[in-house]
Design a protein around this ligand. Structure first.
Ligand code: ADP
Ligand code: MG
Length: 229
């Protein structure tokens, strides 16, 4: 109980700190963005204009990543909307593309069109990024991550994220999602906890199949929303 109390206190500090960081990092980025816009002069040669455009786009991307990673400390109000899970998966894959390439990991997808769920898109992305990041990190020598998003016959949307990485023992699987559980040198042990919380807040379930040395598969089930014509 004592460690649990300590952990929940630590967690509070981490989430408060992350909100502060998010804010403090955003400010200088906004200033940089403003000056870049001022640099953008019609007289400039085309190539220089292109550099400015790319810089602004990359700043905007960094901003989105901050949104996805650092805002879990906010109190959770229900602000769910109708979201196309497949579309969000594509966005997440875009965000994580560079990271996976650095790790020599290929991402293979099979994503259906009509995967509508009731969710908060930012939080959904954050939870998927955390899982995909772990999948990439589980393969120190590279490999493939499979990602699928399909509608099941019993009214759910199924998201599967599967790697061929180091895998987990039964014991390790049981600890997954508890705060500060990490086997990584620089791990926070917060990613899975946040992901589980988010999926649960969308009335979804998350299942893990893993085998030491063979790989890990996450299966997320979320209630499907049907289009009303
Ligand atoms: P972190 O990634 O910072 O260590 P997480 O909460 O994201 O924290 O993950 C906790 C631990 O769960 C990881 O350190 C790792 O040991 C294990 N884990 C999570 N996902 C996988 C995976 N796909 N393959 C193998 N181990 C995993
Ligand atoms: Mg992680």
């Amino acid at each position: 109980l004592r460690t649990e109390l300590l952990n929940s206190e630590k967690l509070k500090v981490v989430s408060e700190l992350s909100s502060v960081f998010a804010h403090e990092i955003r400010n200088p980025m906004q200033v940089t963005r403003g000056f870049l816009q001022l640099l953008d002069d019609p007289e400039l040669p085309k190539s220089k204009k292109e550099y400015i455009k790319i810089s602004i786009e990359e700043l905007d991307r960094a901003n989105e990543i901050i949104d996805d990673f650092l805002t879990f400390g906010k109190p959770t109000v229900n602000n769910n909307i109708k979201v196309n899970a497949g579309y969000q998966m594509e966005r997440v894959i875009n965000i994580i593309q560079g990271y996976s390439q650095n790790h020599h990991v290929k991402i293979q997808t099979k994503i259906e069109d009509d995967c509508w769920i009731d969710a908060n898109p930012q939080k959904l992305n954050q939870s998927l990024i955390n899982i995909m990041k772990n999948a990439v990190e589980s393969m120190p020598n590279g490999g493939t991550v499979w990602v699928t998003c399909t509608a099941t016959t019993d009214g759910n949307i199924e998201i599967m994220i599967k790697d061929q990485g180091i895998g987990m023992t039964k014991k390790q699987q049981d600890r997954l999602g508890s705060p500060f559980y990490s086997l990584k040198e620089n791990g926070t042990g917060l990613g899975m906890m946040v992901s589980f919380q988010i999926i649960r807040s969308f009335k979804g379930t998350i299942k893990v199949n893993s085998e030491k040395g063979r790989g890990t598969e996450f299966i997320i089930l979320l209630p499907q929303i049907f289009q009303t014509k």
